[in-house]
Structure formats: structure tokens, C-alpha cells
Design a protein around this ligand. Structure first.
Ligand code: CA
Length: 394
């Protein structure tokens, strides 16, 4: 509210009255239905909903006889699911640690974490007695190693079967690679074979590349649309590309992966200070974290730009040399999930310039390449605030 001076006192009073008279009484009506659905029907743990239900129990009528709650009716039933395994296990590499998280099981009192170096095991129990919250950090991982994690639920004396596994490699792995060597047509293939083709949009076409051919962008409306989800499951990552800037428009992008203006990660060739910068934001420009270069990028020549995140340490590289560091980059690509718009050469913001220049050899790695790997042939296999009203970065 404080950020919207256009709200008059009378508007705020009306809003407050609406919350107190409509939404707050109604809030007594729906927590029991959520609780019974997830805990008793789906068998999932919902500890915070359970706390909310306990606060509001028993449910009361919130609307003069026509808003009776569910908790007093047959919706409040015995559990139909028992003995589930934990589900939704995720594992993210962040620096020298792996962050684990999972959905709990209704009735479970604690959880055990198991780890193996092959998907089929054998699994070794590496942590027991985990209760609240349902996360655990594995600080005992070795470099250049692949791990598979599973979680079990303990209910009394009974341990559930293991969850599905989540895989993490502490060695960087090439996940997605556009070599742009087709030289014709309006699609370009991922060289790893794992992803669908990307699309050259609005007339983006071909030119001589740093190696083979490359895509050239007119600075008006050309861009390349990538398949969704390439960065969705990543914490530590590296993105590298050869870029030739023919004319540096403000906020022109090498890449911008986002779901509109609210949630994005991007690498611009020219930020508000006319410097290259990587930035990520999950809340409409209010929580931007940024790693900025130290000098403007040269025009009309190929430069190798790379950004690497290791834990909360983000490094921006130009031609293999570090040009900017931020040690407090806590936001990672997985915080954005699968973004709706994954662009090369185009911003999420309509007012930002399109890239005028060319891109070749775009690479995405899981894990942070080391400085020597960034400076080498990369042969590994495997912002300031945003003006949300005007739709542009500033
Ligand atoms: Ca090429």
C-alpha cells in the first residue's frame, strides 16, 4: 500500500473494511478443506496448514448461515492414504554443497536422507531424524562426482520405501548448446540432442560466425526463441556465448529468460551504466541481484561473454577474464522455474532495445565452470531498480 500514493485514505479504508468483513470471516471456511484434501486424501504432510486449522478450529459460519465450513461436515474424514513415500525430491548444487528438499508424508515424524553414486544404488543413509523443515544440506560432497539422493519417511517404528531419486553432478555438464551452424532456415538445433530446436524469429537470419555460421539480429525485432525449461532445474550454472555488437542499444540482451517483467534472469550488453551485466529478479524488479562488468563491451568484434554462478558467488567474464564479481547472488535459476519466454537478443521488457549484432556458440552448463575452464576451449561434456509502470529497466 505504501508504494501506491494514488490510494486515497478513503480507498484504503474501503479496502480494509472489505478484508475485515469478507475475507477474514471466510478464511475460517477453507483451511479445513485444504487440510483434508492434501493430508487425508493425498497423504502429504501439510504442517503449516495443520497449524492454521488448529488456530481456527472449530470452523464457524462466516456468512449468516450460508458459509458453513467443511471441517464440521463429512469432508473431515479418516485418512485414505497411509504409508506414502516422500515425493517431489529436488537436489540443487550450490557451491560445494547440495541442497535437498521434498514433500513430506502425512503422519511421518521424521525423515532419512540416502545417497548413492549410481542410480541403482547401493544407497547409504547419510542423515536421520530430520523433521522441520523438510530440507537438508549435504556439505560432504566431493568434486567431479555424481550423486543420487532418495528420502524415506519414518512413522513410529516404520520406515517408508524410498522416494524417487534426484541426481546432482559436482562436475560441470553441458546441458544445451547452439552452434548456429545450419546457415539456413529458421530453426537451429541443440547440439546435445536433449532439447527441441530453437526458432529464429521475426526475420533473424544468418551470417559468418566466430566458428561456422552465426545468427544476426537487426536491432529492430529479431530474436531467437529457445525451448522452455533449459535453466529451470539449475542452481550453479554457466552460460557462455560469442557476441558481436554492431550497435549497443540500452538494455539489449544476449539472453533473457523470464515470465514477463516479474521474474527473469538476463545478460545485457549495455545496462544503465553502459556496462555489461548479468541480473536476476523474482519480484518485478524489487529484488534485483546483479553482477556488472567494469568496462563497456567493444563494438564490431567477437567477444566471448560468460556468467558463472557458484553458490552465491557470481562471476562475469569477457574473453576469459573475470570483469565483475558479486559474492551475494542468492537467487538462482531454479527460483524462476520454467519461464514462459526464453530469448536470445530480446528483453522481457517491451521498451528495451533488441540486440543489434550477432551471436554464436551459445552454451549452458549445469555447474560453475572454473576460471581456467572459462578461459579455455570449454570442452567440458557431459540492475538497478526497474520501472514497472513504464515497462522498461532503468
Ligand atoms: Ca557457429
Amino acid at each position: 500500500m505504501r508504494g501506491y500514493p494514488a490510494w486515497a485514505a478513503a480507498d484504503f479504508a474501503a479496502f480494509q473494511n472489505m478484508m475485515l468483513t469478507i475475507f477474514y470471516p471466510m478464511s475460517h471456511q477453507f483451511w479445513e478443506s485444504i487440510y483434508n484434501h492434501y493430508v487425508k486424501r493425498r497423504g502429504l504432510a501439510a504442517p503449516y496448514v495443520a497449524m492454521q486449522v488448529a488456530q481456527l478450529h472449530p470452523e464457524t459460519d462466516g456468512g449468516n448461515g450460508d458459509q458453513l465450513g467443511f471441517g464440521t461436515l463429512t469432508f473431515s474424514r479418516d485418512s485414505i492414504v497411509t504409508g506414502n513415500s516422500p515425493s517431489g525430491v529436488t537436489a540443487y548444487l550450490r557451491g560445494a554443497q547440495v541442497l535437498l528438499s521434498w514433500w513430506g508424508v502425512a503422519g511421518a515424524t521424521s525423515y532419512n536422507v540416502k545417497r548413492a553414486t549410481t542410480a541403482s544404488g547401493p544407497f547409504t543413509t547419510i542423515a536421520t531424524g530430520i523433521s522441520d523443515v523438510l530440507t537438508w544440506t549435504d556439505a560432504g560432497v566431493a568434486p567431479e562426482t555424481t550423486y543420487h539422493y532418495a528420502v524415506t519417511a519414518v512413522s513410529g517404528n516404520r520406515e517408508s520405501a524410498a522416494s524417487d531419486t534426484a541426481r546432482v553432478s559436482t562436475a560441470p555438464e553441458l546441458l544445451f548448446h547452439l552452434a548456429f551452424d545450419e546457415g539456413r532456415g529458421n530453426t537451429t538445433a541443440d547440439a546435445t540432442g536433449a532439447w527441441p530446436a530453437s526458432t529464429l524469429a521475426n526475420g533473424a537470419t544468418w551470417t559468418a560466425g566466430q566458428s561456422g555460421s552465426a545468427v544476426v539480429f537487426d536491432g529492430v525485432d529479431n530474436y531467437v526463441a529457445l525451448p522452455p525449461g533449459t535453466t529451470a532445474a539449475l542452481a550453479d550454472f554457466t552460460i557462455a556465448a560469442h557476441v558481436r555488437i554492431d550497435s549497443a542499444g540500452k538494455w539489449a540482451q544476449v539472453f533473457d529468460f523470464g515470465s514477463g517483467e516479474r521474474r527473469w534472469m538476463m545478460l545485457t550488453v549495455k545496462d544503465a551504466s553502459a556496462l555489461p551485466a548479468y541480473a536476476i529478479d523474482t519480484c518485478h524488479g524489487y529484488v534485483t541481484q546483479r553482477t556488472e562488468g567494469s568496462t563497456a563491451l567493444p563494438l564490431a568484434q567477437w567477444v566471448r561473454i560468460a556468467v558463472a554462478l557458484s553458490g552465491s558467488l557470481c562471476t562475469l567474464y569477457v574473453n576469459g577474464a573475470p570483469v565483475g564479481v558479486n559474492e551475494a547472488m542468492t537467487l538462482a535459476p531454479y527460483h524462476l522455474g520454467t519461464t514462459t519466454s526464453s530469448y536470445l537478443g530480446r528483453s522481457q521488457y517491451v521498451a528495451d532495445a533488441f540486440l543489434q549484432g550477432a551471436i554464436d556458440d551459445y552454451r549452458l552448463y549445469a555447474g560453475a565452470l572454473t576460471p581456467s575452464q572459462v578461459a579455455g576451449p570449454m570442452s567440458v561434456q557431459g540492475r538497478s531498480g526497474v520501472d514497472h509502470d513504464l515497462g522498461s529497466r532503468k
